[in-house]
Design a binder for this molecule. Sequence first.
Ligand SMILES: C[S@@+](CC[C@H](N)C(=O)[O-])C[C@H]1O[C@@H](n2cnc3c(N)ncnc32)[C@H](O)[C@@H]1O
Length: 387
Amino acid sequence: MQFYDLIATSAFGLESVVAGELKGLGFDTVKVENGRVLFTGDSADIARCNIWLRCSDRVLVRIKEFSAFDFEELYQGTLSVPWESIIPVNGKMHITGKSVKSKLHSVPDCQSIVKKAVVEAMKRKFQLEKFLEDGPVYKIEISMLNDTAELTIDTTGPGLHKRGYRQEQGEAPLKETLAAGLVLMSRWDPSRIFSDPMCGSGTIPIEAAMIGRRIAPGLKRAFSSEAWPSIPEGIWNRIRNEAGGMILPSSFKISASDIDRNVFEKARENARLAGVDNDIDFQKKPVQEFSSRHKFGCIISNPPYGERLSSLTEIRTLYSDMGRVFLKLDNWSLFILTANDDFEKLFGKKADRKRKLYNGKIKCNYYQYFGKPPWKVQMKENGMPEV
Ligand SMILES: C[S@@+](CC[C@H](N)C(=O)[O-])C[C@H]1O[C@@H](n2cnc3c(N)ncnc32)[C@H](O)[C@@H]1O
């Protein structure tokens, strides 16, 4: 069996969540770096990670890492890879690149040197002068960092956030991978009430429902490595069938609301496409009217950030309204993602924990307020000392 060095890439701030997901999938040895997690696996693991990872952006195969201070070193380093055993004769070789703090700073030049070396290695093996490149896609990335070249091949194709359910979106939708990360970081489980009272196109409640029902995020989409002869179709079918068999029946109701009827109509359609419309109760309602007689619930929400100056006053009012409404809830846990640095002041309470995350290019904080767990409340009610 062939083992590969694999990389699960992620948005900055989500690396430890991706590492946790990989551990949950049975990969004991993972190495966390900025924006990625390294691990090893076989071809079935490539399929499994693509189908199951919720927070990673894509899964790459790491081919080689070497020093390259000039084009000759880049060419020779690339040529020494047995490309002919990786790429079939009709493989489409698509080269992308990036360069940071390296002598080889011209990305187009790096890309064409790499392509030349890969084609040369293929020519030697297949004794051909030209390749049709009408077969499966092999997206090779040359990444230069501090004069070290790293060659990877993408196994995913369109990013893993493209689950296939979001045909409709609101104005500022979260990436599905980030929304799933927010839910996983909250440690919510379906025994607790869950609500997103500013749900927009519904990404957070839909991802929560998929987590609650154990629906694999990649179940309904295709991946570029599905066409690779090195990962037989049977592997993909087996992993998809296993994942299909693991889906739990509906057993909970998530509440999702928004002030804007248009967006939540879209959210409802997205939930239907994701197969979780029975698990989410959508309502048109302003957050100011949110209340619950239940204890120990969980709110995860992504309110507007007020980036346009004109809306800053509205945002101030909205955040203080949220504080007034949410802080009344009995032992609920609250998780709010916003880029507005005044959030805690306006909300009226300092967060128990703050975590820096990026929503695309926008630097945000994930403000976390932990409600007391039921057992702690029970102990207090029974007059036992706090632990
Ligand atoms: C940043 S968007 C949420 C995006 C969402 N997470 C998604 O992935 O599509 C913020 C949402 O808050 C809603 N909103 C703004 N003020 C509100 C209010 N007072 N009550 C309820 N929803 C509100 C907006 O209509 C918008 O859909």
